[in-house]
Design a binder for this molecule. Structure first.
Ligand SMILES: Cc1cc2nc3c(=O)[nH]c(=O)nc-3n(C[C@H](O)[C@H](O)[C@H](O)COP(=O)(O)O)c2cc1C
Length: 186
């Protein structure tokens, strides 16, 4: 796929099916993530792979985290939490790994982590693999972070759901009007 075509046409795919991307496809996605602009070459991100039965465990972690925050959570809410990770054969939990740095503020490091996720998702699309980047309350829930083994300086920037495209979403026409303004023009 032509690079510009990729950049101009990528869409997310909420509906994903088996099989998960192959090891080779995943390797290319991770290499694309590594191309993220990275002030100080800190590589401030990592990915946690959740697949197979791990997805059910993640669902149980979501349930426990939801109950910890709201002991009165409804059975419907908990069922939804349990089912969330089953929406794709593979989930990569994208984690920003930040540090105090004399030249690179933490906010820049989180931006780099976001760019890494974007690169990963683009590389999925380029290989005809469906992907969607999701967050939601659970991405910010401390119990989820703890359950996934995150360190203090780490934060979840998203859950990247990956699998086969069930139904491709049409690429909507986007209008760049208003995106660009001029400054300093006489
Ligand atoms: C940080 C981040 C978090 C997101 N969280 C969600 C989410 O929880 N649920 C969701 O449906 N879309 C979420 N999105 C948006 C989707 O990934 C996707 O971009 C959106 O559905 C638009 O589709 P498109 O990528 O095909 O333009 C998130 C995007 C980002 C960058």
């Amino acid at each position: 796929m032509d690079a510009l075509e990729l950049l101009l046409t990528r869409t997310s795919t909420p509906l994903l099916s088996e099989p998960a991307p192959s090891a080779e496809q995943l390797e290319l996605m991770l290499k694309a993530a590594l191309r993220a602009p990275d002030h100080g070459s800190l590589r401030p991100y990592r990915f946690i792979r959740v697949e197979g039965a791990g997805r059910e465990r993640l669902g149980e972690l979501f349930v426990a985290a939801t109950l910890a925050q709201d002991p009165a959570a409804s059975e419907a809410q908990l069922t939804k939490c349990r089912a969330m990770p089953l929406r794709a054969p593979l989930i990569l939990v994208a984690v920003a790994v930040t540090q105090q740095h004399p030249k690179v503020p933490v906010s820049e490091q989180v931006i780099t982590a976001g760019c890494a996720v974007h690169g990963l998702v683009q590389a999925a699309y380029a290989q005809d693999i469906g992907a969607i980047w999701r967050s939601g309350d659970l991405a910010f829930n401390p119990r989820v972070a703890e359950g996934l083994g995150l360190a203090e300086q780490e934060q979840i920037v998203g859950f990247v759901y990956l699998g086969q495209v069930v139904k491709a979403k049409p690429t909507p026409e986007l209008d760049a009007t208003g995106l660009l303004t001029d400054w300093g023009v006489a």
